[in-house]
Design a binder for this molecule. Structure first.
Ligand code: NAD
Length: 318
């Protein structure tokens, strides 16, 4: 396997690169990453010298860079994106540029290269919010934020390249990830690192919004499963089966760090805050994939990772 991974210096991309090199020591991985604020070469410090790994600093919106990165590659796993909802509410421009234009650039270059599989990594947020039930792959997309709308746009583009040109595209849509190397602006690492610095944790509104949580390794194993077993032109939901309110998560993190409720600071709700995301993952489970991590112990070991790896997150919070 010769893989091009985009956004491999981000949270999920770096965990995916590490997992693939462990699972398939003979595979070749090229990582194309622009190194935005969210891209951190330290995330792959341990595999930097692996002869099967190479890094290109570049923008997925630049066709020359992408064309070169795709030389001698058979598989593209596309993670690169602007990924933080709050930032998209402040300013959506870079989200449209990277998530929509960048994805189109990759798809377009893939058409002219010998790509056997293109996996577009997407999110449950494209389906929008629901009070009851769980979204299936064929449900309509009703995204709410500029982030999720730009991801939905990229999903539609990706599938259009399959329908129009026969490009072997599969899409994965996953729920909220947690684990090591997640930029400390996202809920779980933000809360852990705030508490470690004796700062309160900001909970939006009443804290009753619901998300499904999955350990990043389970997401990565789901992507690998789709790579090995998925069909082109298909969408696959990947979820952890751990639906919790933001307040539930907050209480668990507080407890793990020996803190109490006085460390919660309720803040004005996020604009257009989706109430609940929920995925029906029957399709992938019927094919044989399932998440392996137990939520409680995975969350505790994640807390432990941030406690033990101050060197990683401290510079990012300054
Ligand atoms: P992240 O923000 O941690 O990492 C994004 C990476 O993409 C960074 O390394 C960044 O430098 C790179 N990048 C950004 N713009 C680029 C550009 N123009 N050219 C090249 N590289 C660029 O994001 P993440 O949380 O690892 O998410 C990865 C993917 O997974 C995204 O597509 C996201 O939508 C999707 N996803 C994330 C979650 C989650 O819970 N984090 C859940 C479902 C899906």
């Amino acid at each position: 396997m010769k893989l091009l991974v985009t956004g491999g210096c981000g949270f999920i991309g770096s965990n995916f690169v590490r997992m693939m090199l462990q699972r398939y020591p003979d595979c070749d991985i090229t990582n194309l990453d622009k190194l935005t604020y969210a891209g951190n070469p330290e995330n792959l410090k341990d595999i930097r010298d692996n002869p099967n790994y190479s890094f290109i600093k570049g923008d997925i919106c630049d066709p020359h860079v992408v064309e070169k990165a795709m030389e001698n590659v058979d598989i593209v796993i596309h993670f690169a994106a602007e990924s933080h909802v709050d930032r998209s509410i402040e300013d959506g421009d870079v989200f449209v540029r990277t998530n929509v234009l960048g994805t189109n650039t990759l798809l377009n270059c893939a058409l002219r290269s010998d790509i056997k599989k293109f996996i577009h990594v997407s999110t449950d947020e494209v389906y929008g919010s629901t009070e009851t039930g769980s979204f299936k792959e064929e449900d309509n997309l009703e995204p709410s934020s500029p982030y999720s709308s730009s991801k939905a746009g990229s999903d539609l583009l990706a599938m259009s390249y399959h329908t129009t040109y026969g490009l072997p595209v599969s899409i994965t849509r996953c729920t909220n990830n947690f684990g090591p190397y997640q930029y400390p602006e996202k809920l779980i690492p933000l809360f852990i690192t705030n508490l470690m610095e004796s700062e309160k944790v900001p909970v939006y509104g009443t804290g009753l919004n619901i998300r499904d949580w999955i350990h990043v390794d389970d997401h990565c194993s789901g992507i690998d499963f789709v790579l090995q077993n998925g069909n082109s032109g298909e969408v696959y939901n990947i979820g952890g089966g751990n639906e919790l309110t933001n307040l539930d998560i907050t209480h668990r993190v507080l407890k793990d760090l020996g803190k109490d409720e006085s460390m919660i600071r309720y803040v004005e709700d996020r604009k257009g805050h989706d109430f609940r995301y929920s995925l029906d993952c029957t399709k992938l489970k019927k094919m044989g994939w399932k998440p392996e991590y137990d939520f409680e112990s995975a969350l505790s070991s994640t807390v432990k990772w941030y406690v033990e790896n101050r060197w990683w997150w401290e510079p990012l919070k300054q």
